[in-house]
Design a protein around this ligand. Structure first.
Ligand SMILES: Cc1ncc(COP(=O)(O)O)c(C=O)c1O
Length: 386
């Protein structure tokens, strides 16, 4: 049968597989998903409704409606002090997921090396393989889960021109850590005399708790494309609206690919996203969600440390990456299954996120305080009876 070899080689999503193995447990609390638990704000919903009622039903420009691209321009300028041209430097995608696919497919040639700091979000590896690239993992577990300039330089020295792309994700899934402006500037300094393209997945940019978010694009504008969207910033995962911004030389091939694969995003969803990103109320919506996540983090992290987990301080996104206490089974997959079945709390085993994740679990705090309190109680009881 004619199945593409690269597609046939893709492993089923390991997070889903783990989820399936634990979903049958009665009364389980799930802290597995990276899915905001807030409702979409009313004014944003209304924008989608208005779009439908007003017969906004024809093909939009492939790069996205002008209103949404203007809102994205405003958003990037207002929040991150970055300027992108509405006509040539912005493409609206079906979530950041399409952004990952479009950029890797548009930039990577067969046999190119793509640097991925690990542990990493599980969507990247199969997409790099589909594009014909080969992943170069850099284990960040000994450097606070951040890529260092020394590690980056070592990879450049080792792979030379074969290393064409660096994929960064900050604030990070699964670790919740992010880079300071100084750390980004130091990485940019290593990259600036190379031909390497940086794909910066900044889907959690609106969710930073201790310092403002900075983008590496500030220090490396000609070589960086940013992926973002409304999935996490406005709890709109199901609307499927993301975007890619970058210099026009990099956006042009991405726009071509997008045109041939999806034509354009859906009009009501784009109208809602324009309201979320372009309005003053939309900014306040994100702020409110950010405050709620911060409160949850500030409860959860000390509570888990009290139970014996070592945790790199999460400064963004909504994940805690917790090192298993020394007295429990250090196989994180087995520990995760055990915790689900006997402790009735589902988390994600760290090794699913590749090297550096072994011996850790990822806990999502995109859940109510009541759920988090109950989860901590259950994990405590589970460990007491271990
Ligand atoms: C790091 C990262 N990038 C991209 C995505 C996908 O975002 P979207 O739902 O906008 O496609 C996720 C979702 O969990 C994520 O964690």
């Amino acid at each position: 049968m004619g199945v593409n070899k690269r597609v046939a080689a893709i492993e089923p999503n390991a997070i889903r597989a783990f989820d399936d193995q634990t979903s049958g447990v009665a009364d389980i609390l799930k802290l597995t998903l990276g899915e905001p638990d807030f409702a979409v704000p009313q004014h944003v919903k209304q924008a989608a409704i208005d779009s439908i009622i007003s017969d906004d039903s024809h093909y939009a420009p492939s790069k996205g409606s002008i209103a949404l691209r203007k809102a994205i321009r405003h958003f990037m300028m207002d929040r991150y002090d970055l300027s992108y041209d509405v006509d040539s430097e912005i493409v609206v995608t079906l979530g950041a997921t399409e952004g990952i696919y479009d950029t890797l497919t548009a930039f990577v040639n067969d046999g190119d090396k793509v640097l991925l700091p690990a542990p990493n979000f599980s969507m990247y590896d199969p997409t790099i393989a589909l594009a014909g690239g080969e992943v170069v993992y850099v284990d960040t577990s000994k450097s606070d889960f951040l890529l260092t300039p020394t590690q980056l330089q070592a990879a450049i020295d080792e792979y030379g021109d074969k290393l064409t792309t660096v994929l960064l994700n900050y604030p990070a899934n699964p670790t919740g850590v992010t880079y300071t402006a100084e750390q980004l500037a130091a990485l940019a300094e290593v990259l600036q005399d190379t031909d390497i393209t940086v794909i910066a997945d900044e889907i959690y940019a609106e969710l930073t708790y201790d310092a403002p978010h900075y983008s590496i694009a500030k220090y490396l504008p000609a070589q960086t494309v940013i992926l973002n969207g409304v999935s996490k910033s406005h709890a709109m995962t199901g609307y499927r609206i993301g975007f890619i911004v970058g210099p026009k030389e990099l956006i042009a091939p991405v726009a071509t690919l997008h045109q041939f694969t999806v034509t354009s995003a859906s009009n009501p969803a784009m109208a809602a996203a324009a309201e979320a990103l372009g309005s003053a109320q939309g900014k306040l919506d994100s702020k409110g969600m950010r405050e709620a996540y911060r409160e949850r983090r500030d409860y959860l992290v000390p509570a888990l440390r009290q139970l014996g987990f070592e945790i790199p301080q999460p400064t963004g996104a909504f994940y805690v990456f917790a090192k298993l206490p020394a007295n429990v089974n250090q196989d994180d997959y087995e520990f995760g299954l055990d915790l689900a079945k006997r402790g009735k709390v589902a988390v994600i085993p760290g090794s699913i996120f590749n090297i550096g994740g072994e011996g850790y679990i990822r806990i999502s705090y995109a859940s109510s305080m009541a759920v988090l309190h109950e989860a901590v109680k259950r994990i405590g009881t589970f460990l007491e009876n271990y």
